[in-house]
Design a protein around this ligand. Structure first.
Ligand code: SF4
Length: 467
């Protein structure tokens, strides 16, 4: 086994060959597919008369286009119905496990793989979705890929990739009350920029991440891509092993012991050399909210919208664009800005711990008049668990809608869309122009607890005021 960072060890262990281009042909241990990026890839395979090489290393679900209110088939949206049928057929023809709606295992691809124990330390994982970095929370190296790469993985179970540099991002200390994993990653992206991670894998290290649960680590790794990094990971530890033990696809018996030994070996060595190291103090991180049109345009909720002279020259043009699009004045506070829609869900913050935390703030309170607020569990398992704990009742009594699992208004490839210029307080991961389904709709990214605070007051609110 090679020494160095986890990234180097996992990369070396999965290297099939070095290609004439200088890229590595990397074996992919787990390929996750869904309805949006796979149909064309399967069509390309058919054209070339190729078969899926490792159907047992390929797992499918449906998430982006699934309505979260009415699941009756055929779906009202004929294109969505077509995509659903194409995936069903492709999986059936190729012997691929498909977690369809109603199976008890359906949900957002980055939620279901970890919860079933498919995602494990030391793996290479690929999926035709940008937020595949999520799986790095387990100490896996996970890449979001494009459609032609989905084809490549289906046909060869390998990817041609250039090796990345590794930046260690160390955060130390305890998070203050009201500050969550989401705030940590928004803070990191704010400080390092949305392009700061280009060419890098991010290793998240330090006591703050060590103290986080697996679901919190997933929130952090999920958004590594928003900081420009190709992937992000946390070294596996006892928290990882405790989460995985007993899950459907986790190794069992003697295999478990062997797996834990291997997982411990792939951790970055104490003397590993990094291409860059950045250190943050957890105590300096506040509840964070984005004000602009990139996830890097974030500030502490009690700060004011930055003025151009406060920012580096190369960020001013995108800031001007953001002021205009978001209709925000530089120098004005974010707190108190009226919102229209409050969305809790997505592969960043649609897990059971997110819903538990959000419910704590919703309990005994009520959504403000005129606010549309809804909660979308990340998977059927999350929904079932939340209902077993009575969380759905807390949300419904507080005036939130309780929905079926899916990507919902994260990307709005389904009926959940903003209307016109509506402003959304959202627990998702992207605040790009038009991201939530209206070409002029606006998004403020924040933690689920902050979304509840906004829903209760009807405006951007520091969640610490509700503690
Ligand atoms: S929740 Fe959003 S980011 Fe995550 S997989 Fe779905 S559309 Fe992509």
């Amino acid at each position: 086994m090679s020494t160095g960072t986890l990234f180097d060890k996992v990369w070396d262990a999965h290297t099939v060959s070095v290609l004439p281009s200088g890229q590595t042909q990397l074996f992919i241990g787990l390929h996750l597919i869904h309805e949006v990026t796979s149909p064309q890839a399967f069509a390309m395979l058919r054209e070339r008369k190729l078969k899926v090489l490792f159907p047992d290393r390929t797992v499918a679900t449906v998430d982006h286009i699934v309505p979260t209110d009415n699941l009756a088939r055929p779906l009202a949206d004929s294109i969505a119905e077509e995509m659903m049928q194409a995936l069903e057929q492709n999986c059936q023809e190729n012997g691929i496990t498909f977690h369809k709606v109603g199976s008890g295992n359906q949900g957002i691809v980055h939620v279901i793989a970890p919860e079933q124990g498919l995602t494990q330390p030391g793996m290479t994982i690929a999926c035709g979705d940008s937020h595949t970095a999520t799986h790095g929370a387990f100490g896996a190296i996970a890449f979001g890929i494009g459609t032609s790469q989905v084809r490549d993985v289906l046909a060869s179970q390998t990817l041609a990739l250039a090796k990345l540099k590794v930046r260690k991002i160390e955060v130390n200390g305890n998070l203050k009350p009201g500050v969550y994993a989401k705030d940590v990653i928004l803070h990191i992206i704010r400080k390092l920029g949305v392009k700061g991670g280009v060419g890098y894998a991010y290793e998240f290290a330090g006591s703050t991440f060590e103290q986080m649960s697996m679901e919190e680590r997933m929130t952090v790794c999920n958004m590594a891509i928003e900081g420009g990094a190709r992937c992000g990971y946390v070294n596996p530890d006892q928290v990882t092993f405790d989460y995985l033990k007993g899950r459907d696809f986790a190794p069992k018996g003697a295999d478990w012991e062997k797996a834990v030994e291997w997982w411990n070996n792939i951790r970055s060595d104490a003397d590993a050399v990094y291409d860059d190291v950045v250190i943050f103090d957890a105590a300096t991180i506040a509840p964070t909210v984005t004000w602009g049109i990139t996830p890097g345009q974030g500030i502490a909720v009690n700060e004011t919208v930055p003025t151009p002279d406060e920012m580096p020259a190369d960020e001013r043009a995108i800031a001007e664009e953001a002021y205009q699009y978001m209709d925000l004045q530089p120098g004005k506070p974010m707190e108190g800005i009226k919102v229209d829609v409050c969305f809790i869900g997505s592969c960043t913050n649609g897990r059971i711990s997110d819903l538990r935390e959000a419910a704590k703030f919703a309990q005994g309170r009520h959504v403000a008049n005129g606010i549309k607020a809804f909660v979308v569990p990340g998977s059927e398992r999350v929904k079932k668990q939340a209902e077993a704990e009575g969380l759905h009742n807390i949300f419904v009594e507080a005036g939130f809608e309780w929905r079926e699992p899916g990507c919902s208004m994260c990307l709005a490839m389904n009926p959940d869309k903003l209307q016109g210029r509506q402003l959304s307080a959202s627990s998702s991961n992207r605040n790009f122009k038009g991201r939530q389904g209206s070409s002029s709709g606006r998004t403020l990214l924040m933690s689920p607890a902050m979304v509840v605070a906004a829903a209760i007051t009807g405006q951007v609110t520091d969640v610490r005021e509700l503690i």
